[in-house]
Structure formats: C-alpha cells, structure tokens
Design a protein around this ligand. Sequence first.
Ligand code: CMX
Length: 465
Amino acid sequence: MFRSVSARNVRTAVRSFSGAQALQRRCASTKTLRETLQEVVPAKQEALKKLRAEHGSAVVGDIKVENIIGGMRGLKSMLWEASVLDPNEGIRFHGLSIPDCQGKLPAAPGGKEILPESMLWLLLTGQIPTEAQVRQLSAELAEQGELPAHIEKLVDSLPTTLHPMTQLAIGVASMNHDSKFQAAYEKGMKKSEYWSVMLEDCMSLIAKLPALAARIYRNVYKPELPAPKVDKNLDLIGNYAAMLGYGDNKDMTEYLRLYIAIHGDHEGGNASAHTAHLVGSTLSDPFISYSAALCALAGPLHGLANQEVLRWQMTMQKELGNEITHDNIKDYLWRTLKSGQVVPGYGHGVLRSPDPRFTALLQFCETRPDLMASPAVQLVKQTFEVAPAVLKEHGKTKNPYPNVDAASGCVLYHYGLTQFKYYTVIFGVSRALGALTQLVWARAFGLPIERPKSVSIAELQKLIK
Ligand code: CMX
C-alpha cells in the first residue's frame, strides 16, 4: 500500500514541477517507481487544479464542420501527459525525441537499445530513471510475470485459427478476474485512492503481457516450444524474446526492446490509446479497458497495418520475382492505388513527415550487415525510395511518407518470425506502456467519464445558419 504524502512533500514536489522539461532530470535517488510517482502525483494534481481554476474558460481552438465529420482530426479535446506528437518532428515522450531517449534512457545489461522498462518509467513519472531503478523495476515485473492458471487454460482452449489479436484481447479481458481496482471499488474505495490501486493492476498487466503473448504464439505457430516460463533474472523483453524461442538471438532481443519501447505511446488521440482512455473513464478496470484498446489496435488502418505491410510486400515480391526495380515497385504501387486500396504503412492522421519511429527501426538495420542484406529489409528501403513520390502524384493522402508500420515487420521476418498475423500482438505488448500509464494519471487527475456531444445533420445545418 502507498504511504500518505505530507503537505511538505507536496510543496517540494510542486516547486520541482516547473514545466514538463524540469522533470527530465535524471533522478539520483534509489526510489522505486511507486515512491517516485507518489511524489510526482500531488504536484501535477496541483498544477491541473490551478490550470482549471485560472484558465478553465480560456478558448484554445475552434470546431469546424469538417472536424465533426472527419474523425475529429486536429481537435484538442483530451488530456494526455506522456507524449505529444508534432506533425513534422514526430513523437516526443515528456519532451524527449526518440534519439534523445536513445542517448539518455538506460538499456539492458550489455545492450544498447532503449529498455521498455526505462520508457515505462519515463511515461509514468516524466523522469529519467537510473540504471539501478530500471533493474529493480525489471525484477518487480518478472516477479509478477507468470499467468494465472485459469488464463493459461482459457488461452489454450481457443481455436488456433482465431486471430492472435482476438486471443490477446480475450486473455487480457479475462485477467480482470483478479482486478484489485474492481475489488476495491466494490468495497467502496475513495476517489483519492483510485490511482494507486490502478497502478497495481496496470503493473500486473504489463508484467504478464509477454507470457500471454508468447503463449498465443506458441499455441498458434510453434507447439514444439516449451510452455512459456518467466525467468526472474531477465528483463521484460528478455523474457518475451526467450519465451518466443529467441533467447539466444541477441539482435532479435535488442530489436524487440527498441520496437516495444518506441511503439509504447503516440499521444492520446490514436484509436488504441483513446479507447483505453474512454473505457477507463467509466471506471472499468485496466484489463477490460486495455482489452478494448487492443480491439482498436487490431484494425488495418491502425496497428494491424504492420501485418498488412508484410502481406502486401510478399504479394509484390511474388509478382515481381527477381525484377525488383524502382520502376516495377512504382507500377505495383499504382496498381494498389488504382484498385482502390490504401498502401499499408504510409500516411498518418497527424504526421506530415517520415515517422521518426520508422527512421529509428531502419537505423537499427543499418548497423547490421545481415539485415542490410535481407530481401525483406531491402524491399522496405526500396519502397521508401519510390512511394512518397507516387503518393504525392496520386494526390489523396495528406502524408505521403512512411509510418512506423512500414518498417516494423521486416526485421522480425528476417529473424524468422515470419507469421505476420502475429505482428500486431507485439505492438499490443508495447502500447500498454502508454495506454496503461495514462490510465493511472486519468484516475490521479480524477478525470470524469468521457461524453462528447454528437450532432445530427439537421442539427449541424441549424448550427451553421
Ligand atoms: N494509401 C492510399 N490512400 C491513402 C493512404 C495510403 N497510405 N493514406 C491516406 N489515403 C487516402 C485516405 O484513404 C483518404 O481517402 P478518401 O478521401 O477517399 O477517404 C485520403 O487519402 C485522405 O486521408 P488522410 O487525411 O491523408 O489520412 P487519414 O488521417 O484519413 O488516415 C491513415 C490516416 C493512417 C488511416 C491512412 O493514411 C491510411 O489508411 N494508411 C494506410 C494504413 C496504415 O498504414 N495505417 C497505420 C497508421 C499508423 C498506426 O496507427 O499504426
């Protein structure tokens, strides 16, 4: 349980909270994640209270008819602390770009890539953890990483023909059997206690996702793998890689760490994060909230695009055979567009430049000769050399550049994880970092149930007049 925070602690924390950037100093203490958060929460609660009191009626935007019928693009309408997406620069996590994070966030022992535990710490607290803090967090997660027997039984009973994302959503939803938040709510928990109990559930879910995701992989594709077992000495993704059968492949393990760290959050308005936020606002526990988010992630215009990219590329490779030239890729792109389909992995609801997550994944390849020689990676690079010009000429998409999904699958494919229907599950393991940490904040801020106003065409016409 969390100890109470004194008024003095609150004042100290408020003083230290002078804008998000201030929180990025490396915290020299050996405080645990919970202890760190206990200090940060009151400060931010105060900041939000002040903002509401002093500027509650300030106007920060207009609503146009095209926003209402255009998927609410550009409407500033939800609070999300972990990251902000700039259309040209891309994502910043508490002010840090991906290269900043690569330079500052602790990696695994002997590794170089961002450790997802470091990203989790940053997203949740706004602070950069020390190596010791991250190791402690890895150990805490491994400690609660095993699946309850009833979840194993449930997942093992699902037909192997059921899409892995559906299996993941079922498994995650069923974990609410043991939700502390739900149990405490039933007992009459006070609103001020919500966030700390929510934190316990969220950490439990993040800890168990690798074992659940690995079990689905084994059941569907690799029954010869041993039943997933969490090694208490490994970090979250060291464990995930091992349970997927890649424990001996250091490069694949590092790739998964990078992949999972940088897919973790993409501000709050994307479909998966927003779904978790919306469902959580009804005070659903984080298991069913995140299960709903996974259903949003499983759509081909969102997370499932990484599966679609590989499928599209495999068909292109089959059609073009050994004739993979810029001209032939261009023709193939036009054929896709003229048949009325989207080019998967390209375009974005907010971004208007190449996605820095795409760039980071390609840079990972550039440091490894085996990946540079891989036909799957080469195809991604060659497509990138041609597609933006084709999409510009086509003239529909506002962003002719690649998003993260254009590159995320090719490395997995190269290392032998060729079952691309599984790729979105890995995205699902990652997105929990952002969506769940922000559920903790939503409850800490006491945000209300979401309830925007909808309008009919007749109502809109009246409003326009
Ligand atoms: N290929 C072909 N046409 C595209 C396109 C693409 N990659 N991206 C957008 N368009 C089209 C849209 O379908 C839309 O056409 P209509 O006017 O006929 O409906 C038009 O261009 C304008 O769309 P937009 O404003 O540029 O893009 P949206 O904000 O509506 O949609 C997205 C964004 C990502 C859904 C869209 O770009 C897309 O479908 N991309 C391909 C799928 C994909 O890669 N999704 C993953 C995104 C990242 C993620 O969430 O994981």
